[in-house]
Ligand binder design. Structure first.
Ligand SMILES: [Zn+2]
Ligand SMILES: [Zn+2]
Length: 269
């Protein structure tokens, strides 16, 4: 089964020339799941050939603009391009009112059905999607506004154990997340800062490269992908080196990066 993530945007807070705001498509045997939709995501969808109208399941972690501001524009363009098929949007409480207000103010009568599934829980996991290819579960993250992480697990096929990935952004990289990311094959997680800014990361409820790596090690994940990279970094090389000193099988997200979600067995430090 094809299972891979395409990074559409890898930046934090504000779009830059090098990085758009946080967004990724997870493709699992043709089913495309969009996780977060920062400003300009629809442009990145096209740049990286994801086909706008193939996106029917959209998951928004929280209402900060770098994760949400692209959603009304994306839905508007779907409408302008003639969409009739429904779209399901999963996100925190308030996302429906905010999105519909923007679409209404801009005069759009959207021609397709949008079903909002608002998340409002503190503990444990909630099953959001049960598709023939995979399940998607949500769990609460640690951030300044209500924020949810997501775990995608493929449906069992054959003798190999099902692969899984987790996306955690924005969040403090805290041990309380361990039950939700345990042994995933790919962990995509907040690494806004390098290690010199650990105090700032704790204060602002984000992660550093080493905090992400320590969490990956404890959770026994296969591969770590650092994302939500602060605009202060021209390259992610320092963050990558800091993370790899703790957890070797680490990549840093770049816009356009494609990461296959492989079965276990890669070397780890
Ligand atoms: Zn953010
Ligand atoms: Zn945030």
């Amino acid at each position: 089964m094809n299972f891979y993530a395409t990074i559409l945007g890898s930046g934090a807070a504000t779009p830059t020339i090098r990085r758009y705001c946080c967004s990724q498509v997870v493709n699992i045997e043709g089913l495309k799941l969009l996780f977060d939709c920062g400003e300009g995501t629809q442009r990145q969808v096209r740049k990286y050939r994801q086909k706008l109208q193939s996106l029917a399941h959209i998951f928004i972690s929280h209402m900060h603009g770098d994760h949400f501001f692209g959603l009304p524009g994306l839905l508007s363009t779907m409408h302008l391009c003639g969409r009739k098929e429904p779209v399901d949007v999963f996100g925190p409480a308030g996302i429906e009112a905010a999105t519909r207000a923007i679409l209404s103010a801009s005069g759009h009568n959207i021609d397709f059905e949008i079903t909002f599934h608002e998340l409002d829980f503190e503990n444990g996991t909630k099953l959001l999607l049960d598709h023939k290819n995979c399940t998607v579960e949500a769990f609460k993250l640690i951030h300044s506004v209500p924020t949810y992480g997501f775990r995608v697990t493929e449906k069992p096929r054959g003798s190999k154990p099902p692969r899984s990935m987790a996306y955690c952004c924005d969040t403090l990289c805290d041990d309380s997340l361990l039950p939700y990311i345990d042994k995933v094959n790919l962990l995509i997680i907040d690494s806004t800062f390098d290690d010199d800014f650990e105090a700032a990361a704790v204060e602002k409820l984000h992660g550093t490269a080493s905090m992400a790596a320590r969490l990956a090690l404890k959770a026994d994940v296969d591969q770590l992908l650092l994302t939500h990279i602060s605009a202060r970094y021209h390259t992610a090389s320092d963050l990558l080196a800091q993370a790899r000193a703790v957890f070797e099988n680490t990549l840093a997200a770049e816009d356009g990066l494609i990461v296959p979600i492989a079965h276990r067995g890669r070397s780890k430090k």
